[in-house]
Design a protein around this ligand. Structure first.
Ligand code: SF4
Length: 295
């Protein structure tokens, strides 16, 4: 017989109120917090994964002006990759294009609101699906990203599994406050509960077990669910070569013989070809004869 795990504890009402009040006072005015348009929310969430807030503030309006609805992004993957210039991790552009195609085919060109429908879209994982539900449709879904994962582990005082982190986050959402609650926890993680936390004045300090225990080592957030371990070195990495090749393809075709030089590894053709083949697999490039181009 399987014994069900005990339900996670909800936060004390005083902590819930304190965090919502803190967010109302100190939360940043960000463009994606001023809209409930599901397409704008979806695009912003995909951009914000791995790209700095300031750059997304700059680029989101331009992207939405070029692709105002999913049907526009469904037309041409090359155009979406082109507009993704400078945002990094170009695979997200391919995913966004593929998700747009699926929305046109299955949902009349609209972003669906059911969790299963969102999760069935190409490239849309549990975080993004729940973020769209909470931030566009204002459902009481709990999102768990790296910032929230850090807070969950520290407040509970232990490293959490993905299931435990999601269940704990679900238990914390106050009824009818899905939008503001998720924004508030995310903002606390971005501004205060950072890898090196600023606990003085934190609205959750009174109920945070790790803080109350005096920050014993190890920090429970380290290797807890959803908490990122930091990006590997970019300089000299395969990722840098991929980015260079996609940047070159945005300008035109690249010949086989020029691959290594374009990617910055003029003396390592085997590496350049292996990394370029990865772009083929990811749908970011096409090889015609002895030349490469955007799909
Ligand atoms: S008290 Fe410190 S560790 Fe705990 S949630 Fe607040 S900022 Fe994070």
């Amino acid at each position: 017989m399987t014994v069900a795990a005990p339900s996670p504890e909800p936060l004390p009402a005083s902590a819930t109120s304190a965090l919502l009040a803190w967010f109302a006072e100190e939360g940043r005015d960000l463009p994606w917090r001023r809209t409930r348009d599901p397409w704008a929310v979806l695009v912003s969430e995909l951009m914000l994964q791995q790209t700095q807030v300031a750059r997304v503030i700059d680029r989101l309006p331009r992207f939405l002006a070029r692709f105002p609805v999913p049907a526009d992004a469904a037309c041409s993957v090359a155009d979406v990759i082109d507009e993704w210039r400078g945002l990094g991790y170009n695979r997200r552009a391919v995913n966004l294009h593929r998700a747009s195609e699926a929305m046109v085919e299955r949902h009349d060109g609209r972003v669906p609101e059911a969790l299963d429908d969102l999760l069935a879209l190409p490239g849309i994982g549990p975080y993004t699906a729940r973020a769209v539900r909470a931030f566009a449709f204002e459902f009481d879904d709990a999102v768990v990203d790296t910032n929230i994962g850090r807070i969950l582990a520290r407040v509970v005082g232990e490293r959490l599994t993905p299931t435990a982190a999601q269940r704990t986050a679900d238990a914390w959402v106050p009824n009818g406050c899905g939008w503001s609650w998720n924004q508030a926890v995310m903002e606390l993680g971005a501004l205060r509960c950072r890898p090196t936390p600023v606990c003085d004045g934190c609205p959750l300090a009174a109920c945070c077990r790790w803080h109350q225990a005096g920050h014993p080592s190890p920090d429970p957030a380290v290797r807890s669910a959803a908490v990122s371990t930091g990006q590997s070195r970019f300089e000299g990495s395969d990722r840098q070569g991929r980015g260079r090749l996609v940047d070159a393809l945005r300008l035109g075709v690249v010949a086989d013989v020029d691959l290594a030089a374009v990617m910055g590894w003029a003396d390592d053709h085997a590496r350049a070809r292996r990394v370029a083949d990865g772009l083929l697999t990811d749908g970011l490039a096409v090889r015609d004869g002895a030349t490469w181009r955007l799909p």
